[in-house]
Design a protein around this ligand. Sequence first.
Ligand code: G3P
Ligand code: CA
Length: 228
Amino acid sequence: MQDFAQIRVIAHRGASHYAPENTLPAFHKALDLGVDMVEFDVRSTRDGALVVFHDARLDRLTGVAGRLDALTYDELSACAVGGQRIPRLDEVLAAVGGHCQVNIEIKQRGLVAAIVAEVQRLGLQREVIFSSLRHRELLEVKAIDPRLRVGLLLNVRPVLAMTAVSLARAVDAEALILPRATFRPAHLRAAHRAGLAVYVWTVNEPEDIAWATDLGVDGIFSNYPDLI
Ligand code: G3P
Ligand code: CA
């Protein structure tokens, strides 16, 4: 049975207001702030290196034009995010593993086996919760080992509470991960009745944080984890 009494402070892309998103300084800052969980995004380079980076394209974050998956890991090493290099999955797991829970958002198809293998290699199965907008990837995680933890991530399209719970059950999720824009108290009631936790992203405004906290959500993703 999950503990619904305690709210989880989740650093979104690390403490990404305080350091460049999804970089080692953002994860170290999150740990300094004592967060319960860090969230980050995983993609692959052309030659199969697993790296922590949000966008499919490099433009917004690095100023380099083009897709991340068009470059090899060596080529990607020339790119930086706010002066920080793009870390590999294993480096981020080594930095945060053992210190807090970890939410790995799988951004691309075809990476599940490699990501899970890395988590298993480091012995972090119990601390990691996998999420993805690609729900087939979550089924793949469970097919590798049903004890692996998954959260059902939904995008900003409004969804009925009953539908969200059914989708979560279909992938044997332990949590619903809903966007602030479409999250409603009805989602929380239905999820809790079904034994599911509810985490809301991305909540940065103090009044929104207070609203979600007062409603009793189980976790808040924020770029400002110190405000929760
Ligand atoms: O997992 C919650 C949130 O990270 C999903 O949105 O775009 O920040 O990856 P995004
Ligand atoms: Ca994410």
